[in-house]
Design a protein around this ligand. Sequence first.
Ligand code: AMP
Length: 257
Amino acid sequence: MSGLRVIVGCKRVIDYAVKIRVKPDKTGVITDGVKHSMNPFDEIAVEEAVRMKEKKLASEVIAVSCGPIQCQETLRTAMAMGADKSIHVEVDAATYENLQPLHVAKILSKVAQEEKADIVFTGKQAIDDDCNQTGQMVAALLDWPQATFASKIEKANGELTVTREIDGGLETIKVQVPAVLTADLRLNEPRYATLPNIMKAKKKPMAKKKPADYGVDVGPRQSILKVEDPPVRQAGSKLDSVETLVTKLRDAGLVPS
Ligand code: AMP
């Protein structure tokens, strides 16, 4: 099972450390002038794909990002981490706000077919929309097996043995390639791109495409009605004794009297 061709979905999202602000008209969140980075789970997927290449399990790692022109920075980061080449599927900023997992899944599955990929690797979820749908939809569209929430991936007897993080434990499954994998947090610790590799990445090939090149209509299938901030946490207070605490809790009906 050498020479696997691996496609990795790399979404550009608002950086995980940024405090999100809702637009005054509540139609979405403010993205202008806000730091963006590669979705953290996608960095983990890129890292794993690059490790597969280093172990001679994969022959080529192709990073794909659908979104506005700035996604090219995300792809350069993926290539600086070790991806061989990349494909930018350009979607303008307004369309990107309504780009949905099904759109991306259709694009990734077409790319997988064109590139004769053996593995489509995505993050388990994008930290902006928290959908956790794209990888699963790619598997359905391609009719490939899927191993989601992967925290360990090994090659055994021509198959992949994947440990999955599930509620309260771990599940180990075998999948045959071609397959879809989605990366969970504990799969690995992504490397930092070194300066020489950042320089090298500038010369790696990046194909520029549009959704129409893959025959995908990215017209919205749902509309956002409202985006709201989480409720503001009430200020706490200090009490001088456990008795006062119990009385307060009883009065508030939070413990039986
Ligand atoms: P989601 O289903 O939106 O939570 O996204 C799950 C994963 O799909 C992400 O971690 C990415 O690997 C991939 N993905 C989602 N949107 C995009 C995009 N616009 N471009 C490339 N990959 C994406």
